[in-house]
Design a protein around this ligand. Sequence first.
Ligand SMILES: [Zn+2]
Length: 169
Amino acid sequence: MRHISLLVVHHSESPGGDLAFIRYCHTAPKPKGNGWNDVGYHYTIGNGLPHGEWNACQDGEVETGRKHSVVGAHARGFNAHSLGICLIGHFDQTHPTARQLTALTHLLTILCEMYDLDPLDDIKGHGQLMPSKCPGKNLTSLMNCVRMAVSARMKVRKQVRSILHLEGT
Ligand SMILES: [Zn+2]
């Protein structure tokens, strides 16, 4: 299994769209797209809005891009040991939806448990790793709340597992 030590949150900088749209942007030949062999992210989370001819993904729906075993293309210098999660939207102009934030919190909780990560240290916005405005000011300003929500959720889940004697199962 690939060693994962970092979960990196992005925005799509598009008003809407779905994973297929992002995959098109990443795989279309240059200069239209990036010319990559697949979408660069491991997950996208839709906002319910379409983008041009591209369909909307349901608000808060998580779509799967690259497999965890495959190195992503989303944070240069940090791809080898990270997973990339992209919320659809341009969060310098709009805000992530409540459903997107709920889905993000659930997804990050599961991933932190899966890879034994500390949500307060190991969840980063793209712009924390390098000079980038991603994931936009309106999501960047929420990232601490997201980290704390994941941390709280993990504690509750740990308590419940121990009450139910499910530890290690
Ligand atoms: Zn980014």
